[in-house]
Design a protein around this ligand. Sequence first.
Ligand code: FBP
Length: 254
Amino acid sequence: MTVNLEKITRQGKALFLAYDQGIEHGPTDFNDSNVNPARILEIAEKGCFTGIIFQKGVAEKYYDKKRNKIPLIVKLNGKTNLVKDEDPYSPQICSIKEALDLGASAVGYTIYLGSEFESFMTAEFGKIQEEAHDRDLPVIAWMYPRGRNVNSESDPKVIAYAARAGLELGADIVKVRYTDSLESFRWVVESAGKTKVVAMGGSKEAEEDFLVKAKEIMAAGAIGFAVGRNIWQSKEPLLVSRSLSEIIWGQKNV
Ligand code: FBP
C-alpha cells in the first residue's frame, strides 16, 4: 500500500524542522533563544516548513492540533547520549495511537543500521510501518548506520545501503546523512527507489557552506531536508529557512 505524502509535502518536496535533539543530545544544543519549544513552533509556522518533528512529550505540551497549522511529525523512538554503548538501541516510546491523538500527520523512527541491536529496531519498525500504513500515516525512517560494525558513518556506500534498507523495510521517506558529493548522493537516491530521500542537517555550519550542500542534495534528486540546528541555532532562522526553501521550490514559489 502506498500512503499519501500530501500532508507533509508541497509540490512533492519537503522541509521538516527537526527538534528532537533535546533527548538525543540534551539541552547542550540550546541557548536562550531556542530552548523553548514554543519559539521553535513559531519558526516552523512562519517559515516555509512542511512539518515539525517533536517527541511526544513536547508535542503533548506545546502542539495544539486545532490551532497549529504546521503538520506534526511525531518521533516514536529516542534515546539519550549518556549511554555510551558503541552499539546503540533506540527504543519505541510512543505508539501510533498516541501520535494520532496528538495530531500527527506522519511518524518517525530511527534505525541504527549495523548496530548489534539492529534486529530489535527493524522488528519494531516493521510493526510500526504496518500499523501506520493501515491508517494511511506516512513513516519516515532516520537511517543512521552506527556501531562497532560500521567503520565510517559517512561512507557513501554505507549511506546508500541505509537508504536501500529503508526501501526494503517499507519507509515512505528515509532521512540520511549527505555523502558530501552530488554524484555519490545521486546513487543514494537511486538506491532508495520509490522511497523518497531527505537529508539530515548535522551540527551548525557556516550558512554559505550549508546552502551549497543543499543545492547539491536537491540536484541529486532528494525531495528536501529534515534539519534542526542549522536553522534554530542560526541568528536568523527565518532567513536561512527562506534561502533553503528557495533552493527547494525556486524563488517564485516561496
Ligand atoms: P540536525 O539537523 O540538528 O542534525 O537534526 C537532525 C537529527 O537527525 C535530529 O532529528 C536528531 O536529534 C539528531 O540529528 C541526531 O543526531 P546524532 O544521532 O547524529 O547525534
